[in-house]
Ligand binder design. Structure first.
Ligand code: NAD
Ligand code: ZN
Length: 364
């Protein structure tokens, strides 16, 4: 019997459990029943995940006593739009979903974000459940209640805070997940170690072989720890008034890196480069030992994540890209700066020239 781990996100009346364990999808009806029995459920999934897992999950919903409908959408960030959200809501009307019904997200972060957003606005808000199928969704997007969609003007510009009722995570779905997606999720896992958990970071360093071999038992343990850390941050700061910003470590640099690379670098890859840039800035400002920055870089490299800007990348362009980040307060750039493994600080007031110098040090 595989180990099942339960983590509670403590948000008073909005509290919910994250349940993870290998093979948990085969027993999902047991966990789903208290929420879905006697109700209509719209199972939202993308065109890659649907053919692999939707039937199994639909069977589990039916076994749990629900009436299940499926809505597949075309996979990809370019479909994280209001149009897709509108399509979900129209389909929900057609299936007769009412205020007591649920939306179930089966997929990666794109699916979770738009399913959650549709749930937040359909009939002014109905319940939803997350079944993440990427590592990034498991350790990051499925926890914390940020939902939304992109606009032609930029990513995640519309959305709502809407917490799920349950998160069910079966690492066995990683068997079909492309390795590049696993690596992108690992960048976020490393991020948790750097921002708030030195023992986790050390564990990752000692087990890069298990991480690279996608050892599911080890992944279950790591996912649970990351969810626990995110749950702690979210419980302390549900709507990102302060502490929650530390989860953006490496992201202000990273988003700009993604943009300047014309999205040839994926999000997790941009974040890996961004964490190196943030550490370099910290070293140059005398806030971080060089040895610690090297430790971070070595771990990322062992996980085959990029640490530098690809050739042709322009540091000034990255800086300009960073100024567009919506995490900016007024004209100041708020950056998450590492002080040690397991410890970061939110700092503003860096000179543009110093930021550009740090970026330049992370160019190939
Ligand atoms: N809400 C939040 O707090 C939060 C946090 C971080 C990221 N996000 C959002 O998450 C999104 C990125 O999420 P993602 O990286 O999961 O992307 P994604 O949902 O696009 O999934 C990546 C790819 O993997 C495929 N896939 C998913 N699971 C699979 C499986 N088990 N087997 C085979 N293929 C599978 C998908 O079809 C897709 O092609 C972005 O839109 C980002 O803005 C949200
Ligand atoms: Zn991220």
């Amino acid at each position: 019997m595989n180990k099942i781990i339960k983590i509670t996100v403590g948000l008073k009346e909005r509290s919910y459990d994250i349940i993870t364990g290998q093979g948990i999808l085969s027993n999902a009806s047991e966990y789903l029943a208290p929420f879905v029995k006697g109700r209509k459920c719209l199972l939202l999934t993308d065109s890659n995940v649907g053919p692999l897992y939707a039937e199994k999950v639909a069977e589990m919903l039916i076994a749990a006593g629900a009436e299940a409908f499926t809505f597949p959408f075309q996979a990809g960030e370019e479909n994280k739009t209001l149009e897709t959200v509108g399509g979900i809501c129209s389909h929900a009307v057609k299936c007769g979903l009412d205020r007591s019904s649920l939306i179930i997200a089966l997929g990666g972060g794109v699916c979770g974000d738009i399913a959650g957003f549709a749930a937040a606005i359909y009939m002014r808000g109905i319940n939803f459940i997350q079944i993440p199928t990427t590592l990034l969704a498991a350790v990051d997007s499925s926890v914390g209640g940020k939902t939304g969609a992109d606009l032609p003007e930029g990513k995640n510009l519309i959305g709502a805070f809407w917490q799920p009722k349950l998160v069910l995570m079966d690492p066995e779905v990683f068997a079909t997940l492309p390795l590049k997606e696993i690596r992108c999720g690992l960048a976020e896992v490393v991020k948790y170690g750097v921002i708030m958990d030195a023992p986790l970071f050390a564990k990752l360093e000692e087990n890069t072989d298990k991480l690279n071999a996608v050892d599911l038992e080890f992944y279950t343990e790591i996912i649970a720890r990351c969810c626990e850390l995110k749950a702690k941050v979210v419980a302390a700061d549900e709507r990102e008034g302060g502490l929650r910003a530390i989860l953006n470590y490496g992201h202000t640099f990273g988003h700009a890196v993604e943009l300047v690379s014309n999205f040839t670098l994926a999000h997790g890859e941009g974040v890996a480069v961004g964490m190196n840039m943030a550490a370099e800035l910290a070293v140059q400002a005398g806030l971080l030992d060089r040895a610690v920055a090297v430790r971070q870089r070595k771990l990322l490299e062992k996980l085959a994540l990029p640490c530098t800007l690809p050739p042709g990348g322009d540091p000034e362009q990255i800086y300009t890209g960073m100024l567009k980040d919506k995490k900016k307060v007024g004209s100041r750039l708020n950056l998450i700066i590492p002080l040690d493994i397991g410890k970061v600080e939110i700092k503003s007031g860096f000179e543009p020239a110093d930021i550009i110098k740090a970026i330049r040090c992370c160019c190939e």
